[in-house]
Design a protein around this ligand. Structure first.
Ligand code: BV8
Ligand code: ZN
Length: 256
């Protein structure tokens, strides 16, 4: 039985510039539902187009705001898991580490990662739909988690516009600088760890392929097998909370 960790651990031990690219799967073991999980997909009860678009918010602000507040409450009550912690530890093990996430939770930061690039924004950065003024998080009181609870969004104290979640909705462009920086790091890295993503949402999904095309190796960490027939692409099949600590142990055991 080939030891699937052997090459990924060697690549990690010798890497200079590492990019960690995460999706909803890295937060699954913290109890945050993924988008397409068979059991608890966030979309189970709603279609993306029904909730994660500006039109959906304008059509039914209370449904959309209530759904995001439910998700924000889940995240407030959740804890970073072993994968988030291993990724934070990795920063001290390699010369250069960049964490790029599609997730809107702050579990990477709460595990100790710094400078996380949030391609799709954050649940903790609400802003006025009309004038864009940011809305202090403290003013938002997450309700007890209830996916279907309708909640009227707060109003902006500058222009009384509706406050919206600080996330990137479908049909909205990604934050320019963040996206450019993520692409830059992916095209310059030796190794990209792609953790817990189905790779369906564009343009974020291009990032692992960009790294491969630029000559990096890519390791997919996912309980489901990701198609890695490409040269220099590897699979570590399993839950991130188990695989990541094991990968670091194999790569750095014996080093101080
Ligand atoms: C844009 C924030 C243009 C909000 C999100 C073709 C057809 C139709 C539409 C399009 C198209 N190409 C592009 C588009 C548009 C669209 C798109 O990609 N649609 C998809 C559905 C096809 N893209 C956009 O609209 C983007 N903007 O293109 O703008 C433009 C240009 C100029 C000017 C104006 C506009 C914006 C996309 C951003 C959408 N916002 N999130 C919110 O969170 O509510 S997307 C959201 O879904 C996430 O952020 C993430 O990106 C995505 C979910 O994907 P994953 O993270 O991968 O999660 P998923 O559940 O799918 O998978 C989980 C994985 O984890 C699985 O593989 C599972 O096996 C694994 N897993 C489970 N447990 C574990 C695990 N892994 C490890 N350990 C475990 N324990
Ligand atoms: Zn305003």
């Amino acid at each position: 039985m080939t030891d699937t960790y052997h090459i990924p651990a060697q690549l990690l031990a010798n890497a200079n510039r590492v990019v960690v690219f995460t999706g909803a799967g890295v937060s699954a073991e913290s109890g945050i539902p993924t988008f397409r999980g068979r059991l608890s997909g966030l979309w189970e009860r709603f279609e993306p187009s029904q909730l994660a678009t500006p039109d959906a918010f304008m059509a039914d602000p209370e449904l959309v705001w209530g759904w995001y507040e439910w998700r924000r409450t889940l995240v407030c009550n959740a804890k970073p898991n072993a994968a988030h912690i291993a990724i934070a530890e990795l920063a001290a093990r390699v010369p250069r580490l960049t964490v790029v996430t599609q997730n809107v939770d702050d579990l990477h930061e709460r595990a100790g990662s710094a400078g996380v690039l949030h391609l799709h924004g954050s649940l903790n950065a609400p802003r006025c739909f009309d004038c864009g003024a940011s809305f202090p998080d403290a003013a938002m009181k997450p309700q007890e988690p209830d996916a279907g609870r309708r909640l009227a969004p707060p109003r902006c104290q500058h222009c009384s516009g509706m406050i919206r979640p600080g996330v990137v909705w479908f049909g909205e462009s990604l934050p320019e600088q963040v996206f450019a920086r993520a692409f830059e790091e992916a095209s310059q890295c030796d190794l990209l760890l792609s953790i817990g993503t189905s790779g369906l949402v564009q343009p974020a999904a291009q990032i692992p392929a960009l790294a491969l095309a630029a000559g990096a190796s890519v390791v997919h960490i996912n309980p489901e097998n990701v198609d890695s027939r490409m040269q220099n692409a590897y699979n570590l099949t399993g839950a991130a909370g188990e695989v990541m600590p094991e990968l670091l142990r194999r790569a750095f055991s014996g080093s101080p």
